[in-house]
Every structure is written in structure tokens, then in C-alpha cells.
Design a protein. Structure first.
Length: 398
């Protein structure tokens, strides 16, 4: 499912800025699923390239509704793949396509969460249905007014129902589903916020979800940075995170713990399965990541940002704290906030930076094509960064 989830992530990210590409990604997902279905039934690799042929040859192996979904996705995918005299697919077309491909994925993988495939319903700020005699007030602005009216503090909890009821009791004519969607959009640790263009002034960073349906105000001093990528569908299982350990290779390699300031810019890291340690113009060591823990201050108990399922959360935090207490960070501008990546015993290699001079970035990542750590080392050892195989593509620096 890693490859399907990665394409779905792109389809959702392109929904607003590049709708044609979003439709095309949904068509690709359809092909991927049908090829997997065909291969499972026929117990061999599927080499069929035509989507209509794939649909016909797998129609007996799926419900009629799913077959109809496949034809819909094929048609919209074709529409998005060809020039339409300058006309772009409408937002309604993109929404229908994303919902349809989400249902197809959910049928193929029952563990898939339906909500994660669907675009968020956000009412356009300039077209709110209110009486002409009243000024138009967006849900965003009303959400901040609600916080002020309730005099919420950093310690206060509030539920989805309490927020919705406030809107109703204060004369709002906005739909309940739109209010709920805005709650998700304005929640810093919720992935669904990434389905929409967020305000650059930080005004959409309002809530922090404590548990399902329960929130408190986002506290920048203690909470993790707002989510910047869709973790569940980011393809992390096929990512190698390369970090710059030019000054700390020995201690990081020996401890299995990498630390860096938890700040924006070059220090932002994607979730990944593997970590590669860079020193002396090459990646010299690779390990399998257990997870990442963030610490906002010296007395922080640590917050698990992600866990790749190798050790428990408690073990992950314990390993991180043990190294924080013993690691010398006197050369840092500030010791906190800090992000701590814990990983397994390393495997040595020589994945070379081909250009002269040192590498100034803090981190970058590459797709691994789903390789395990042994095959990954065999593939990368002895080659340069400019010679990685076509299936291993460098991702943008985070």
C-alpha cells in the first residue's frame, strides 16, 4: 500500500493548485489497484497496460459498484491528462474523483480510513450564505471570536459539540459540517488541515487535538510544530533520511541517536524508515529508525512525534532522554527545543557526494523503492549521489 498511499498523497496535494494532475494521479491509483487484483488472482505479475482492458479482466473479481468507480476514474483521469482548450477541471470534479478513488482504496484495503481519502469541505470565505442586511463573517473569524467569548486559556479543554453549539447559539447560518471541517483545518496536529491552503499569518494554528473530539488551544512553546506533511500517506516506509553529522558522526553512530534543533527551515525533517549519516562528503552509515521524540524544554517529558513500530513509545522516550542527559550540546545556540531520532545499529557504506566541498544542508531524503536495509546498502554502496538508480529519487530538502 505504500506506493498507493504515496500517489494518494500527491493527488490530495495537487487538488487545489494542479487539479489536472490530481485527476491523473487518481487514474494511476486505479491502475495500480487493478494490477494488484489481477496479479493476486492469476498468481503472476500483471503486464497489462491498458486501463479499460484491466477493468474488463478484473470485473468478475470486484463488486459492480467498484467496477463502475473504475470507469469513472478512467474517464476523469483521461479528462485531466489532455488539454481542454485552457479549461481546468472544476473543484467539484476533483472532489468527486478523490471520494471515488477513496472508496476504491477502502474496498481494496479495508484498513484504509475513508476520511483520509476525502477532501475537506471548507466554505469559500467570499461566498457565505448570510442575510444581505448582515455583514459577511467567515468561519475562520468566528472561530477566533468563539475563543475570545469563551475566554479559553491554555489549560481549558473544548469539544467539537461545544464549538458547534456556540456557532448555533450565536446566530451563525454556517453548516455544521463546514464548522467541523474548519476545526480540523485549524488543528495543528491533524493531517486533514493539509488538504487546504492555510493562512500564512499563522491564524489557522488555533487548536491542538488532545483526543478524538476534544481540543485545547495550540501552545507553540510546548507543542510540536504544526504538521507540514501527510504522515500516513507520505510514503515514509520508502524514505531514507540523510542527516549532516559532519561534526558529530562518531557519537551519533555509536549511540544510535541523532539530535538537531526543532526549528523551521533546514531543520524540518520528514518521517522516514531509514537514516543515513553524512560525514566527509559521503553517507557513511545507515540505520533503521525507531521513531522521533520532541522536547520543548529541559524539563519536558518528551512527545513522541512518530513511532515506526519497532519499540514501544515508553522505550523510545527512555532512549531519547538517556542520550539528551549525556550529550554535550554546548556549541548549540540554544539546547531546546530539540528533536531526537532514535535508530538501530548501523550498517556501514560509502554513498558519495560527487561535487567538491562540504554539504551545507541539515538533511534531505531519497525514495528507496521499498528496499530493505541490506539491499539498500548494496544498491548505494560505492556510487555517488548523481548515480543513484532511476527508481531512487531525491526528495526536496525539508
Amino acid at each position: 500500500m505504500v506506493d498507493i498511499n504515496r500517489e494518494l498523497s500527491f493527488a490530495r496535494q495537487y487538488a487545489e493548485g494542479d487539479p489536472s494532475s490530481s485527476l491523473n494521479k487518481c487514474r494511476i491509483i486505479t491502475e495500480m489497484i487493478l494490477k494488484k487484483v489481477w496479479s493476486e488472482v492469476n498468481e503472476t505479475v500483471c503486464t497489462i497496460k491498458e486501463l479499460d482492458k484491466l477493468i474488463n479482466q478484473t470485473k468478475a473479481d470486484m463488486p459492480t459498484e467498484m467496477r463502475n468507480h473504475c470507469f469513472t476514474l478512467q474517464n476523469y483521469g483521461n479528462y485531466g491528462s489532455h488539454y481542454q482548450s485552457g479549461e481546468l477541471p472544476s473543484s467539484a470534479t476533483v472532489k468527486v474523483t478523490l471520494i471515488t478513488v477513496g472508496e476504491l482504496i477502502s474496498w481494496f484495503d479495508p484498513n484504509h480510513k475513508e476520511i483520509d481519502s476525502q477532501p475537506i469541505e471548507i466554505e469559500a470565505e467570499e461566498s457565505i450564505s448570510e442575510p444581505v442586511s448582515k455583514p459577511s463573517v467567515t468561519i475562520r473569524k468566528l472561530m477566533h471570536k468563539m475563543v475570545r467569548d469563551k475566554a479559553l486559556t491554555a489549560e481549558d479543554m473544548i469539544t467539537t459539540r461545544e464549538i458547534v453549539d456556540w456557532f448555533k447559539n450565536n446566530g451563525s447560518t454556517h453548516k455544521e459540517t463546514a464548522v467541523q471541517a474548519h476545526i480540523s483545518m485549524m488543528t495543528t496536529n491533524g493531517e486533514s488541515r493539509l488538504s487546504h491552503k492555510l493562512k500564512q499569518d499563522g491564524s489557522d494554528e488555533l487548536f491542538f487535538r488532545v483526543k478524538r473530539g476534544q481540543y485545547r488551544l495550540y501552545n507553540r512553546s510546548i507543542d510540536p510544530d504544526p504538521i507540514t506533511e501527510i504522515e500516513q500517506f507520505s510514503g515514509w516506509e520508502s524514505k531514507l533520511l540523510i542527516v549532516n553529522t559532519a561534526k558529530s558522526f562518531t557519537v551519533v553512530n555509536n549511540s544510535g541517536v541523532y539530535m538537531s534543533p526543532n526549528k523551521a527551515g533546514n531543520y524540518k525533517q520528514p518521517r522516514a524508515k531509514f537514516i543515513g549519516l553524512y560525514v566527509n562528503r559521503a553517507v557513511r552509515s545507515i540505520g533503521e529508525i525507531y521513531g522521533k521524540v520532541n522536547f520543548s524544554k529541559a524539563k519536558s517529558k518528551g512527545r513522541v512525534w512518530y513511532n515506526n513500530g519497532i519499540v514501544s513509545d515508553d522505550e523510545l522516550v527512555e532512549l531519547a532522554i538517556a542520550e539528551i542527559d549525556s550529550r554535550d550540546r554546548s556549541d548549540w545556540d540554544e539546547p531546546f527545543p530539540v528533536q531526537v531520532v532514535v535508530f538501530s545499529v548501523q550498517t556501514g557504506l560509502n554513498f558519495k557526494k560527487e561535487t567538491p566541498g562540504g554539504w551545507q544542508r541539515n538533511n534531505k531524503w531519497i525514495w528507496t523503492g521499498g528496499l530493505n536495509i541490506s539491499d539498500l546498502v548494496m544498491t548505494l554502496d560505492g556510487i555517488s549521489w548523481g548515480e543513484w538508480p532511476p527508481q531512487l529519487t531525491f526528495g526536496p530538502p525539508r
